[in-house]
Design a protein around this ligand. Structure first.
Ligand SMILES: Nc1ncnc2c1ncn2[C@@H]1O[C@H](COP(=O)(O)OP(=O)(O)O)[C@@H](O)[C@H]1O
Ligand SMILES: N[C@@H](CCC(=O)OP(=O)(O)O)C(=O)O
Length: 365
């Protein structure tokens, strides 16, 4: 799995499969996948739908489609149930972020959301985002959690977006109406033809269907974020992902977005110091797309602050193999070099990051 930070979007049909309150039926496997990703040094943000579905039985409504205020009340009571349901699958604390489109459009609020997410992740809290349905009228709304998840991936600078739904991926036509529909494993360009294949949803508790998932994928890939649409009802997909396979539809990230950042790293940023790596770490960085962990660092030289660029040297050849932005100052690195990431807090008193240089902050030379 070649990512450092991912947003995982979970649809209503997984949180509340029969729209009668919350269920753990599908969340257990999702939570296990999240834990396994974290154990591999990756950071995960959840975007969870399901508040309306979870609260549906607790608010009176007739046989007709509930009105907007009724749905807002359902979301309000259902959100509590949904968060409690997620929390029981994690030993770590979960946190709640309820946001609207208006929050993401406002620069000051955008930065506040970004900073909050960063600090939550640094403290090993699992951020769980949903739209703030109570205050969201049409002008304030993102409207669907697929597009919200793409915006969360942008604000959090994630490099991967997983959209988990009740269907295996994008088909050439809606498989609910067309049994001959064929799954498309790889989409390298989102064209009008792709949009034409995507229908809406017939699930009364869901919003958007495949159309909003394609919109979300488009937003993400054009910003260099690889996107997958997957069936969260099938727990085998998580084993496949962990093995680096694609068990659904993958949208290739636009390389120019990634390239622009790598170009800036390589050519614009001046290095203020260096770290030398042992054999295993040098191999992981060059050949396995890994982030740099403190355990692989043998030596630290120079005088640099957290957030500054440094060279990465292979101890064996003394060659500069890569360059990247260090999450730690040279002083802190001298104290944590050679240590496991889970020892950082004991040594420094805090752990702003499990990795010394994130893969997306690194360029191989
Ligand atoms: N081309 C398509 N490929 C796959 N699914 C499609 C397509 N067009 C429409 N759909 C529908 O989209 C649904 C998933 O969207 P939705 O019900 O909004 O799920 P979620 O609650 O996970 O957001 C599928 O169950 C399927 O019926
Ligand atoms: N904020 C709403 C999200 C609605 C929504 O987008 O649902 P889904 O299509 O299942 O992702 C809720 O929590 O019910």
């Amino acid at each position: 799995m070649n990512f450092n930070r991912a947003v995982i979007k979970v649809g209503s049909a997984l949180v509340s499969p029969d729209a009668k309150g919350c269920s753990g039926m599908y969340l257990l496997a999702i939570a296990r996948f999240i834990t396994e990703c974290q154990q591999a040094g990756k950071e995960i943000i959840l975007v969870s739908s399901g508040s309306v579905a979870a609260g549906r039985q607790l608010i009176q409504h007739g046989a007709n489609v509930p009105s907007i205020p009724t749905k807002q009340a359902m979301a309000s009571v259902g959100q509590m149930q949904m968060m409690a349901n997620w929390q029981r699958f994690f030993d770590q604390p979960c946190s709640q972020l309820l946001i609207t489109h208006a929050d993401l459009k406002n620069r000051e609020r955008y930065i506040n959301i970004k900073n909050t997410l960063r600090i939550l992740l640094a403290n090993h809290v699992i951020p769980i985002v949903n739209e703030n349905d109570t205050v969201a009228t049409d002008e304030l709304k993102v409207g669907d959690n697929d597009n919200l998840a793409a915006l969360v991936a942008l604000v959090s600078e994630a490099d991967c977006l997983f959209i988990l739904s009740d269907i295996d991926g994008v088909y050439d036509q809606d498989p609910r109406d067309n049994p001959d529909a064929v799954l498309i494993p790889e989409i390298s360009e989102i064209t009008d033809e792709i949009y034409a294949m995507a229908g809406t949803t017939n699930n009364p508790i869901a919003t958007g269907g495949m159309k909003t998932k394609i919109q979300a994928a488009e937003k993400a890939v054009e910003n260099g974020i690889e996107t997958y649409i997957l069936n969260g009802r099938n727990s085998e997909i998580f084993d496949a992902l962990l093995k680096g396979e694609n068990p659904g539809t993958r949208f290739k990230a636009n390389q120019t977005a990634t390239k622009a950042r790598k170009h800036w790293l390589k050519h614009t940023l001046k290095s203020h110091g260096s770290v030398s790596l042992d054999n295993g770490a040098a191999n992981a960085v060059i050949n396995k797309g890994a982030s740099l962990l403190p355990s692989g660092i043998d030596e630290v030289s120079g005088n640099f602050a957290a957030g500054e660029s440094i060279n990465i040297i292979d101890n064996k050849t003394a060659a500069i193999i890569a360059k990247g932005i260090s999450q730690y100052s040279h002083r802190d690195l001298l104290r944590i070099k050679g240590c496991k990431s889970n020892q950082i807090t004991n040594i420094l008193g805090c752990c702003p990051s499990k990795v010394v240089i994130h893969r997306d902050d690194m360029v191989i030379l």
